[in-house]
Structures are given as C-alpha cells and as structure tokens.
Ligand binder design. Structure first.
Ligand SMILES: Nc1nc2c(c(=O)[nH]1)N[C@H]1C(S)=C(S)[C@@H](COP(=O)(O)OP(=O)(O)OC[C@H]3O[C@@H](n4cnc5c(N)ncnc54)[C@H](O)[C@@H]3O)O[C@H]1N2
Ligand code: MOO
Length: 414
C-alpha cells in the first residue's frame, strides 16, 4: 500500500471524473437520459430542454387595482378640489369576459379583471367616493395607469427557462401560469447503496457485538438530498465471494449509474470491499483528510463505484466532499457545491498536521459565528446529527483562537 496521501482536491477530481460526461463511465450518470414529469413532481429537478412560452403572460390586459376602468381623457385634470363625476355603467369582476366601455362612463373593475375595450386607465378606488351608480373621481390617471398589458411579463414564444435551469417554486409557478403541465428534466442518477460488515444486524434487535446499519439509511438520504435516487439499499457480510456475487447480479440489471459502498476499505483483516474490488481495478487510497482517510473509486463493469469508509461520520463527510458535488454536477445541477461561509470561531481549535479536517459545527448566522460541535473523531454520529455545518480546517494551519475566521460548509443550504 502506498504511504503517500492523496489530497482532497485530487480525490474529488477522481470521483468527479467517473461521473462527468467526458469521464470513462459510458453508462454512468454523466450522460443522463431525460424523462418527462408532471409539474407536481418537478420541484428540484433540472430542465433538460429550454421552455418557451406558448402564450403571453398576462394573457389579456387586466387591472392592477380595484377601482374604475376609464378613458384617461375623461378624468384628465381631476383633483380633490375639482373632481370628475362619471356614471358607472356596471361591474367587471375578476373572471368576467371582455366588455366595452362607452366614452364618458366608468366601469367598476377588480384586480385581475380584463380591462374593457375603450378603457385605457384604471383609477384606484382610494381616490374616488366608491360610488356604484355614479362615481366621483378625485385624481387624474394617465393612459396605461394600473393596466397590466397582455404580454408585459412574458411574451408568446419567449424562452422563459433555459436548459439546465433548476426548478423551484417560482419556475414551477411560471410553468403552471403558462399552462405547461409536463416538463422534460434530467433523470435522477440511480444509486445502489451497499453497506458491508458482518457486525451489521439483520434482525431488528442486534445480537452480541452487532450493530444496526446506519450508513444504508444515511447514504440513501444523502443521495436523495443530492438529487439522486437510491434504487436499492443492500447489506452484505464481510465475505468477498458473497459481495462480488451481489454486486455482479445487481449490475446485471443495467439500471445503476453509481454504486456507493461503505465499510471494508481500511487496514484490517476483513476489508471486504478492498479485497473484492482491488483486483477488479478499483483504486484504494488514503486521502489527507479527517474523517474520511481511506477511500476507493473506480469502475466495475463500466459503472462508477465509490467506496466510502465505514464509520458513519466518515461515510457522510466523504459523501459531502467527494460524491455530492460530483453527483449534482453529473445531473446538471447548477450549484454543485455547498455554500461556503467565512465566520468566526466561538472556541479555539487546533488544525491537524498534514490532513485537512472537517469538524462538525453549529452556525449562528445572525452572529456570524460557528461553534465546534462534538469531538473530532469519526465515531460521533450523535453529534453530527446536531450540527449544521462542516468547519473546513486546512492541513497544518496555525492554532485558531476565539474570533478567528474559518471557512464553513453550510449544510442547511444548497
Ligand atoms: N490500523 C488501522 N485501522 C484503521 C485505519 C488505519 O488506517 N489503520 N483507518 C481508520 C479509519 S480513518 C477509518 S475511517 C476506518 C474505516 O474503516 P472501514 O472503512 O474499513 O470500515 P469498517 O472497519 O468496516 O467500519 C468502521 C466502523 O464503522 C462501523 N460501521 C461500518 N459500517 C457501518 C454501517 N453500515 N452502519 C453503522 N456503522 C458502521 C463499523 O462497525 C466500525 O465501527 O478504519 C479505521 N481503522
Ligand atoms: O479517516 Mo477515518 O474516516 O477518520 O475515521
């Protein structure tokens, strides 16, 4: 085994290289096919094709105010001292069909209702006496005032969303407003999650020396949060033939874009993942990072495989650092990385010599501070569950004092 450590950036490139379109993985999520989804399922998805407006928005001239539709010339010069009085010819509620306004009259109109033919302005009710038969108007309103013209927001045929746009509430709302009910989006990368270790209990109540599988749920959740889908979540004991048989049968179906394993990659006597996949060409390395030093990556049968360390804190941190950005970039997400903030420490910290360290932290956004959350070791999932940030400490930095600025990854955003 090599004793030189790979840098975090180098291993990020290795993992990203497995997943990007130009990478070696022909069948990976690098060239994700597309799928068409209903608008209700579109939030969080990435558009695979631009969208053009089939119709203008608004579709017809409509009122921006509750008030009176008038001809601007009929109210020209109106003031509180010299008001204009107009007969009210009727009401135009929202949802009403288009009507006509006769010169020298007003129509009581509601916000969103179609501005009648012949009217070119709306006088808001606040500068009138609110009359229903006859209305006193205390202010002039120029032509176009409080009229939202057809197409003033979006014109017919205009490109409203570009390929690669991330669909959030505003985008989904716009599509709904335009009558677009289905959109072509990039397919979510399909990820097979495999937990390894003979200590993992199959029964709900672990026996002596056994533990429950945390990484399966943890990584499936992380995959979903990154925009992928964990197609299957499996467990295999520390048994190389059983592991390989499972992997081969799972990959035979051809529906997996990425395999994520956890455990069995370090220096012990039963390192199932390393022993099984090393001979298949997967590269096992040590990365200058804590937690998450032992890592594996490569292709098995053309499918990218990323092998994460077993400690749950190490597995999740490794996912954050290596897998999440690659997965998001691979399916076209416009923002692959977490937002990085510069905030002040509330406690002193001593960086590790020779390794980049990602400590759990809790952000106080208002105060612009971060508090280290729990010990540095990789056996503290309980602490991780209470954290909302990773404090990114460069290797061999000087000891940090209270108030010193550090970079943190904001896990609650992006
Ligand atoms: N002699 C050495 N020992 C270790 C080294 C080393 O360099 N030399 N590296 C340490 C580091 S760093 C890490 S990280 C771990 C990684 O170990 P593995 O990836 O081989 O993982 P395991 O040994 O299988 O498990 C480690 C730990 O995590 C628990 N685990 C594993 N899978 C799960 C799961 N699905 N759910 C919950 N917990 C899980 C497992 O029981 C162990 O406690 O190796 C160090 N050792
Ligand atoms: O590098 Mo391991 O992931 O700390 O415990």
């Amino acid at each position: 085994m090599s004793t030189s450590l790979r840098t975090v950036a180098e291993h990020q490139q290795h993992v990203a290289g497995l997943l990007v379109p130009d990478g070696p993985a022909a069948s990976g999520p690098g060239r994700p096919p597309t799928e068409t989804v209903d608008l209700d399922a579109a939030r969080g998805r990435v558009l695979a094709a631009p969208v053009h407006a089939p119709e203008p928005l608004p579709a017809f001239d409509n009122s921006a105010m509750d008030g009176y539709a008038v001809r601007a010339v009929d109210v020209a010069g109106a003031t509180a001292q010299q008001p204009v009085t107009l007969p009210v010819a009727g009401d135009v509620p929202a949802g009403a069909a288009l009507t006509d306004l006769a010169p020298g009259t007003a129509l009581r109109i509601m916000t969103g209702a179609p501005v009648p033919r012949g009217a070119d302005a709306v006088v808001e009710v606040e500068v009138t006496d609110g009359g229903t038969d006859v209305v006193r108007i205390d202010a002039a309103r120029e032509a176009g005032r409080f009229v939202r013209p057809a197409g003033s927001d979006v014109s017919a045929g205009q490109q409203v969303l570009a390929e690669g746009a991330l669909l959030g509430p505003a985008q989904v709302g716009l599509l709904a407003a335009l009558g677009i009910t289905r959109v072509v989006v990039r397919r979510r990368p399909r990820v097979l999650v495999v937990s390894t270790g003979s200590e993992l209990a199959e029964d709900p109540v672990p026996g002596a020396g056994q533990i429950r599988d945390a990484n399966g749920a943890l990584l499936a959740a992380a995959v979903a949060e990154a925009g992928g889908v964990a197609v299957r979540r499996l467990w295999v004991a520390d048994d190389v033939p059983a592991f390989l048989a499972l992997l081969d049968s799972e990959l035979a179906g051809g529906d997996v874009d990425l395999v994520l394993t956890s455990g069995g990659v370090s220096a012990g006597a039963y390192e199932v993942v390393k022993e099984a996949l090393g001979p298949r060409g997967v590269e096992f390395v040590k990365v200058a990072m804590q937690p998450g030093m032992p890592q594996g990556s490569g292709l098995v049968g053309g499918v990218p495989v990323v092998c994460l360390p077993g400690n749950p804190v190490s597995a999740l941190t490794s996912f954050e650092v290596f897998v999440r950005p690659a997965l998001r970039r691979a399916h076209g997400h416009p923002v692959p990385h977490r937002p990085v903030l510069r905030v002040a420490l509330t406690e002193p910290l001593v960086p590790l010599a020779g390794k980049r360290q990602l400590r759990r932290g809790r952000l106080d956004r208002a105060a612009g501070t971060v508090t280290p959350w729990g010990p540095a070791g990789s056996g503290f999932l309980g602490w991780f569950a209470g954290a909302d940030a990773l404090i990114d400490l460069p290797p061999a930095g000087a000891p940090l004092n209270v108030g010193d600025e550090v970079e943190v990854w904001d896990l609650a955003s992006g």
